[in-house]
Write a protein that binds this ligand. Structure first.
Ligand SMILES: [Ca+2]
Ligand SMILES: [Ca+2]
Ligand SMILES: [Ca+2]
Ligand SMILES: [Ca+2]
Length: 755
């Protein structure tokens, strides 16, 4: 498929610092629950790890007669090797049925042609007999009608071959078409486009994650029939084999019939798959504006809360007219939970623009014809194409997570919901009319959606257009505080629409970010939690979403814990280069918050150490002083200048010159805030004993200081380590006397101890 932004932006070597880029990994298997898969196509060969046919066909080896599953699988993981990377031939097949199509009508599959002059060649075969006409048609983009013939068609019985000289107009779409004679049934057209452009060193028709392996579970019989029980059994078996086969992503481009089609069993199966560590992508369905209003709701399993439900966008990132829509009041029955849908949109092809080219199954061209042209391509449209595009994107995010050190967990939903959240958080609202100009997706930015939808999500486009490059950036690119990030977002189909990085938040430290928006664009700024909300919902921690070109955005946030967050710049409209600076401002921290020096002798001194540190980034500068004069002094540490996480010791000295209780504070003033730590201490005069000599019994006196306690102690042997307390005296500033009674011992020793 033609995915320029994916190829150039995500897969490219050097993208967000990865030497190999992000193109999937053989330790990631993408499972395709569909009509089967052709393991022989060059784009898919050699990477199959699982095959099981759950239909009544019970095919022992990989086959795909309807070609649907092969196309779906190739969108997710096809290499495009059959088409190569250089400018050269593009070989394609279109097939279908004209049963019931009136005479002179036709079916088209729009595509772009090279802008140089080429000879377009095609051959058609059909059943049903009669003469037919094969033509190359073209019309203007943005409309479904107005098809005109390029050059001349050819007429006659089957088979017919056409050779038309044509110069591609980039504003027009082209399609070979067989004009019905009223009796034709199955037909197949093979075509050859010389000089189909390449040249960027990536395979022209690469899928999204071509280094992944694949698993195929066939749940459609070759006759087209399918039972829900086959799908249920397939999902169960893929879950059972997830560890052995590394199944980390599963795609279901299918839906239950009905308006809407409800199958709580299928819904529970896919929810369970997510709970077992598998990212599940599901097509939203093709019952949009082409269906009656009562029949447009998304069916199961696309209603399942845990899965990523994918709507379809056209070449210019508008929501297609055919994409089904969401519903209010989702069920919360345990195990069968629904959610607000769809989740986002991805390229699905369109009749207004181009269909999507991907591998054509070599098993046949439908059941009516053997495969006419081996290892070529088929183009179709539908949410069936959009879902595997998202599956491939999910595989890239899994790849990025694993490259960042994640070990996959097959026993919980933690990583599938993280991948889903990252894809939704980095999606961008289309902010444009639907291709049919009706039922527009609405622009909510950070505001809540209608009908209970969460912030930024609506029932038509979900969170908007998928941006796998930004989702990968969110995992692999870490914000450096204080450095400027420059990047361009734009309006063309291949421009980046979002930019993201990871931010490490420190507990209780303020984080701020400022976005300089170009005068030619309206961009917004979001900070998302790395912890997904219910069912993988993105949780906005802070956002700045002002309207208008050149209106700068800024946000700040303080987390109560050390945490990871994702900073995302989203284009709303316009184009241009932004610059983004994220900062943790310098932030003062001082410990301890208080210090008690205890009791000192008057005239003595004692030091204490405080630690002043910068808990933020940038340069923290400041000075340290005392709240009041007297008793204390700052010996070192002021002034200070500290880088991110820097710290310095501050020595404070207590040196009382007179007896009494002291109270003060170390006061720190800085560009990252101020702080003070309380200082306390007491000072006492050393007890001055006055001994009365010549009297019996011994009498002595001592001066006291208010706030101190004086303990008179004695012992009879100097070698005795223990003093016995005889009496205590509270200090009151007065002199107190003591008379020692006769001890009866040879001698008694006394001391006065101060507390
Ligand atoms: Ca085929
Ligand atoms: Ca073919
Ligand atoms: Ca919207
Ligand atoms: Ca803005």
């Amino acid at each position: 498929m033609n995915t320029p932004k994916i190829r150039v932006g995500v897969i490219g070597a050097g993208f967000v610092g990865s030497a190999l880029g992000f193109s999937g990994n053989p330790n990631i298997t993408v499972a395709i629950v569909d009509s089967g898969m052709d393991a022989s196509h060059t784009d898919l060969a050699g990477r199959r790890v699982y095959w099981q046919d759950f239909s009544t066909d019970a095919a022992p080896n990989p086959v795909d007669y309807s070609q649907h599953g092969t196309h779906v699988g190739a969108v997710a993981v096809g290499t495009g090797a059959a088409s190569g990377s250089a400018t050269g031939p593009l070989l394609g097949t279109l097939y279908g049925s004209l049963s019931g199509i009136f005479s002179n009508n036709f079916v088209v599959t729009p595509m772009l042609l090279p802008t140089n002059t080429i000879n377009f060649t095609a051959t058609v075969r059909w059943n049903g007999g009669g003469n037919g006409t094969l033509e190359l048609l073209s019309h203007n983009q943005g409309t479904k009608a107005g098809w005109t013939v390029e050059g001349a068609g050819v007429s006659g019985p089957s088979p017919l071959s056409l050779n038309v000289s044509v110069t591609g107009n980039p504003a027009r779409e082209y399609s070979p078409a067989l004009v019905s004679n009223g009796s034709m049934t199955d037909y197949v057209i093979t075509y050859q486009v010389p000089q189909y452009p390449g040249g960027d060193n990536f395979n022209r028709l690469s899928g999204v994650a071509p280094r992944c392996n694949w698993a195929a579970a066939k749940v459609f019989a070759t006759n087209g029939s399918s039972l829900l029980s086959w799908t249920a059994a397939a999902v169960d078996d893929l879950v059972a084999n997830r560890v052995a086969d590394n199944i980390k992503v599963m795609n279901l481009s299918l839906g239950t019939t009905g308006s809407p089609g409800i199958s709580t069993t299928t819904r529970q199966k896919v929810n369970t798959a997510v709970n077992n560590g598998i990212v599940v992508t599901v097509s939203a369905g093709n019952n949009g504006l082409l269906s009656p209003a009562s029949a447009r709701e998304i069916s199961d399993p696309g209603r399942a809360a845990m899965v990523l439900t994918v709507a379809a966008a056209n070449d210019v990132n508008q929501l297609t007219d055919y994409s089904s829509q969401g519903f209010g009041s989702p069920t919360n029955t345990v195990g069968q939970e629904e959610d607000y849908k769809p989740d986002l949109m991805a390229p699905g092809g369109s009749s207004y623009y181009s269909d999507i080219l991907a591998a054509d199954s070599n098993s046949g061209d439908g059941t009516a014809f053997p495969d006419q042209q081996a290892n070529d391509y088929w183009s179709i449209q539908g949410t069936s194409v959009a879902a595997p595009f998202a599956a491939g994107c999910a595989a890239l995010v899994v790849d990025a997570l694993q490259q960042s050190g994640v070990t996959w967990d097959f026993s919980s939903a933690q990583f599938p919901l993280l991948v889903k959240m990252l894809l939704c958080a980095t999606a961008t609202e289309s902010n444009t009319n639907r291709e049919s100009l009706a039922n527009n997706p609405t622009l909510q930015r950070a505001a809540n959606g209608t009908n209970g939808f969460p912030s930024g999500k609506d029932q038509f486009e979900g969170y908007g257009m998928i941006n796998p490059d930004a989702a990968v950036e969110a995992v692999s690119q870490k914000l450096v505080f204080g450095s400027t990030n420059n990047f361009s977002l734009g309006a063309t189909t291949t421009d980046a629409r979002a930019w993201a990085c990871q931010v490490s938040l420190t507990a209780n430290v303020n984080f701020s970010a400022s976005l300089t928006v170009p005068g030619t664009g309206d961009f917004d700024l979001y900070l998302y939690s790395a912890i997904p909300g219910l069912f993988g919902k993105p949780v906005i921690l802070a956002a700045s979403t002002q309207a208008g070109n050149g209106v700068n955005e800024s946000l700040s946030y303080q987390s109560s814990t050390n945490a990871t967050a994702y900073l995302v710049v989203k284009r709303v409209s316009g184009a241009g280069a932004f610059s983004l600076v994220g900062n943790v401002p310098p932030q003062l921290a001082v410990v301890p918050a208080s210090y008690d020096f205890g009791l000192l002798a008057t005239g003595g001194s004692a030091p204490a150490t405080f630690v002043v540190s910068n808990a933020g980034a940038g340069i923290l500068t400041g000075t340290i002083g005392l709240q009041t004069a007297g008793g204390f002094s700052i010996l070192s540490g002021t002034p200070f200048s500290l880088g991110a996480s820097g710290a310095t010791n501050v020595t404070v000295q207590f040196s009382p010159q007179s007896r009494g209780s002291y109270s003060n504070a170390v006061v720190v003033a800085s560009n990252g805030g101020s702080a003070s730590s309380v200082l306390t201490g007491r000072a006492a005069d050393l007890p001055m004993l006055s001994v009365a000599v010549g009297q019996s019994p011994l009498a002595f006196s001592f001066a006291t200081t208010v706030g101190c306690t004086y303990v008179i102690q004695s012992k009879t042997q100097l070698t005795d380590p223990v003093w016995q307390t005889v009496q205590t005296q509270a200090g009151d500033g007065m002199t107190h006397g003591f008379s020692a009674p006769p001890s009866g011992a040879p001698q008694t020793f006394y001391r006065v101890y101060v507390q």
